[in-house]
Design a protein around this ligand. Structure first.
Ligand code: AHR
Length: 325
C-alpha cells in the first residue's frame, strides 16, 4: 500500500513538472537584446562636408566600440537612393534596426509602413521628417529652429548700431528639415532688431556653391551687412567671394554660420567669420542606446534633442584644440 502511494506521488510530481515545462514554453522569457545582437542598416545623406564626415565617423567608430554590426549606405544626396536603400534594409533578414538621416522631410510614409510590417525598428538621426510618429521609434537630433533663432539673435548683436541691416541667406538643401527649420527660426527672431533678408538661395551645403551664389549677389549689390549661412561650408565660400570682391568678411560684412567645425573655428581666428552656432554631429552613442531600448520593447520620447551652444571669434583660439570635429 505504502509503495503504491509513493508510486502515485512520483507519477503526480512528474505530471506536474511536465505541465510546468509546457506552460513555461508558452510564456517563454522574451529575448533581451544587447548591442552584439544589433544589426544596423544606416542610411546617410551623403558626404557634403565636415559636419557630415564627423557624423558618419561617429556612427562607424561607436558601432565598432559597442560590437554592433553596421551596414552603412551613402546615398550621395539622392532621395531615390535613400528610398531604395531603405527597402533593401527592410528585405535584409539580418537587419533589425534602420537608422535614417533623411534628405527630405517628405516621402517616407510608405517605406516606414513597410518597415513596421517587417518588424524593423526605425530611428531617425539628425533630420526630422513629416510622418506619423507611430511609424518610428524616436528622432534624435538638433533643434534646427532654435539654431536659426540663435543665429538671428547673434546677427542682431553684430549689426547693433548699423544703419542698415540687409542680410543674405545661404540655404542648405531646400527640402531638408535643417534648412526649413533654420530658415524659419531666423525669420521668427530677425524682426526684433529690424533685419531684412534681401536675398535667399540654396547653395546645397557646399562651399563652392556658396561662393558662386555670393559672387553673383555681390555683382548685383554690395549693400549687404550680414550673411546668414546655414552651414559652415557655405559661409566659408561666401567669405572667399567677399574677399575677392575687395571687401573684408567679418568686418565689412558680418558672417554667421551653423555647425562649428574646425574649419569655421580657423576662419573665426582669421577674422573671416564672426559667430558660429553649434550643431552637434556626434549623435551615435545616443542613437544606438535608443535603438537598443526600442529593440527591447521600451517606449521612447518621440524627440530627443541634443544640447548645443554658440561660439564667438574672441574665444575661437582657446576652444579650437578642444573640438572633436
Ligand atoms: O543636418 C545637419 C546639416 O547637414 C549640417 O548643418 C550641414 O552641414 C549638413 O550637412
Amino acid at each position: 500500500m505504502k509503495s503504491r502511494i509513493v508510486y502515485i506521488m512520483v507519477i503526480l510530481s512528474m505530471l506536474l513538472s511536465l505541465a510546468a515545462c509546457s506552460g513555461g514554453q508558452k510564456t517563454a522569457q522574451k529575448k533581451t537584446y544587447t548591442y552584439q545582437d544589433m544589426v544596423v542598416g544606416f542610411i546617410q545623406t551623403g558626404s557634403e562636408g565636415g559636419w557630415r564626415a564627423a557624423n558618419t565617423a561617429s556612427f562607424k567608430e561607436t558601432a565598432e566600440k559597442l560590437g554592433i554590426k553596421l551596414k552603412f549606405y551613402d546615398a550621395q544626396n539622392k532621395m531615390e537612393n535613400q528610398l531604395s536603400a531603405f527597402r533593401n534594409f527592410i528585405a535584409d533578414k539580418e537587419v533589425n534596426v534602420i537608422i535614417l538621416a533623411a534628405l527630405e522631410t517628405t516621402g517616407w510614409e510608405d517605406v516606414l509602413k513597410e518597415a513596421q510590417k517587417a518588424g524593423k525598428i526605425v530611428v531617425l538621426e539628425d533630420r526630422r521628417i513629416d510622418a506619423p510618429e507611430t511609424l518610428y521609434a524616436t528622432y534624435i537630433g538638433s533643434d534646427f529652429a532654435e539654431e536659426g533663432r540663435k543665429a538671428a539673435i547673434e546677427m542682431c548683436k553684430l549689426l547693433e548700431g548699423s544703419a542698415k541691416k540687409n542680410v543674405v541667406e545661404l540655404v542648405g538643401n531646400v527640402g531638408s528639415s535643417a534648412a526649413k527649420d533654420r530658415g524659419q527660426g531666423f525669420r521668427e527672431k530677425m524682426g526684433e532688431c529690424g533685419i531684412t533678408i534681401i536675398k535667399s538661395q540654396t547653395a546645397n551645403w557646399d562651399a563652392t556653391e556658396g561662393k558662386a551664389v555670393m559672387e553673383a549677389w555681390l555683382k548685383e549689390t554690395t549693400d549687404i551687412q550680414g550673411v546668414f549661412a546655414q552651414n559652415d561650408e557655405m559661409g566659408l565660400g561666401a567669405a572667399q567671394a567677399i574677399k575677392e570682391a575687395g571687401l573684408d568678411p567679418g568686418d565689412d560684412i558680418k558672417i554667421i554660420t551653423v555647425d562649428a567645425t574646425a574649419g569655421a573655428f580657423k576662419a573665426m581666428i582669421a577674422g573671416d567669420i564672426n559667430t558660429v552656432i553649434e550643431c552637434n554631429p556626434l549623435l551615435a552613442p545616443q542613437v544606438y542606446e535608443a535603438a537598443l531600448k526600442a529593440l527591447n520593447g521600451e517606449e521612447l520620447p518621440k524627440w530627443i534633442p541634443s544640447q548645443e551652444g554658440v561660439f564667438y571669434a574672441k574665444d575661437a583660439e582657446t576652444i579650437l584644440p578642444t573640438r572633436k570635429y
